[in-house]
Design a protein around this ligand. Structure first.
Ligand code: ASP
Length: 310
């Protein structure tokens, strides 16, 4: 039997059972289930890991509950700037977009940049122009608006505080970024990540999510990783690539490498958050140092799980 596997996340942070109503928890679980279905259906049909992570991430971007695409957080100036990236472990091709507005699915734009440009990353207005030229769907600001995240931002407006998604409401840290990693029947792996970033962030701020090697990385030799957490420490730790390096140079397993990075290296620099990943044999790992992480895994060997808390 051919094997394939998909893992996804919808952000990590101080996600406690007492803070989620049953209805909200059910809605988050459904969002994760929808994303698993979207990506997994493609893997079952023999499509590529890139196509699967793209579909799963688009599904999460379209869900207002997650901080990516529709429902992205608000920056200091009240705008919603988004970051996304995608990487193909088969050939190390990558595409990324930073600080872009009004593009319905930033990960789709990252994918177009990977496939249809000579570049790896486009940002801001240049990225928006590229999206328009390539016929991607553009939306008015209202499309991205959510009352919940607007309130979060309103509570911080005028301050210099920068917080991760949901942080404001319960004075704890939560990160609502989304991402996926997959292995297809051909044994190729890929990863994608998408985010609205951090509430009240500086105009023009770029987090780890669109940075290849920090928030996203994929290499058939080692692993495909998507991260979520406080972007700045994740950039400084070159997080996703470090997992790959520990596997390649030190021979660690995917899970061992992730644990070193998430529980040791990131903790030492206050890097709260987590990551999901697959290796080229289809092993999966989901590791975080926060209270919870919205996450899901579906594998052709029958493993199937959605979880939120520790
Ligand atoms: N890593 C993202 C950023 O710093 C935030 C998140 O994971 O929610 O932009």
């Amino acid at each position: 039997m051919s094997t394939y596997t998909l893992v996804i996340h919808g952000g990590a942070g101080t996600i406690l059972k007492k803070d989620l109503t049953n209805e909200l928890e059910a809605a988050y679980r459904k969002g994760l289930e929808d994303a698993l279905k979207a990506g997994y259906a493609l893997l079952e049909k023999g499509k590529t890991a890139v196509e699967a992570v793209l579909a799963a991430t688009i599904s999460l971007e379209n869900n207002i509950l997650f901080n990516a695409g529709k429902g992205s957080v608000f920056g200091k100036d009240g705008s919603q700037e988004m970051d996304a990236s995608i990487m193909d472990g088969k050939n190390l091709m990558a595409g990324a977009v930073s600080a872009v507005r009004n593009v319905r699915n930033p990960v789709e734009l990252a994918h177009a940049i990977m496939n249809k440009s000579q570049h790896v990353m486009l940002n801001g207005n240049g990225a928006l122009e590229f999206a328009k030229e390539h016929g991607l769907q553009i939306e008015e600001d209202e499309y991205f608006y959510s009352a919940f995240r607007y309130e979060q931002w309103k509570q911080m407006q005028g301050s210099n505080e920068v917080v991760l998604d949901h942080n404001v409401v319960i004075k704890d840290k939560k990160f609502g970024t989304v991402g996926a990693a997959a292995m297809d029947i051909h044994g190729n792996i890929a990863a994608a990540t998408s985010t609205g970033g951090m509430t009240n962030k500086q105009y023009g701020r770029v987090g780890d999510s669109p940075i290849i090697g920090a928030g996203t990385y994929a290499n058939n030799k080692t692993c495909a990783i998507s991260c979520t957490g406080h972007g700045e420490p994740f950039i400084r730790a070159v997080t996703a690539y470090d997992v790959s390096c520990l596997m390649e140079y030190k021979g660690l397993s995917l899970e061992e490498a992730m644990k070193v990075v998430v529980h040791d290296k990131l903790m030492k620099i206050d890097g709260e958050g987590g990551m999901i990943g697959v290796d080229a044999k289809g092993n999966t790992a989901l590791v975080f140092n926060s209270e919870g992480m919205y996450r899901g895994v579906r594998r052709s060997d029958g493993q199937d799980k959605i979880a939120i808390y520790k």
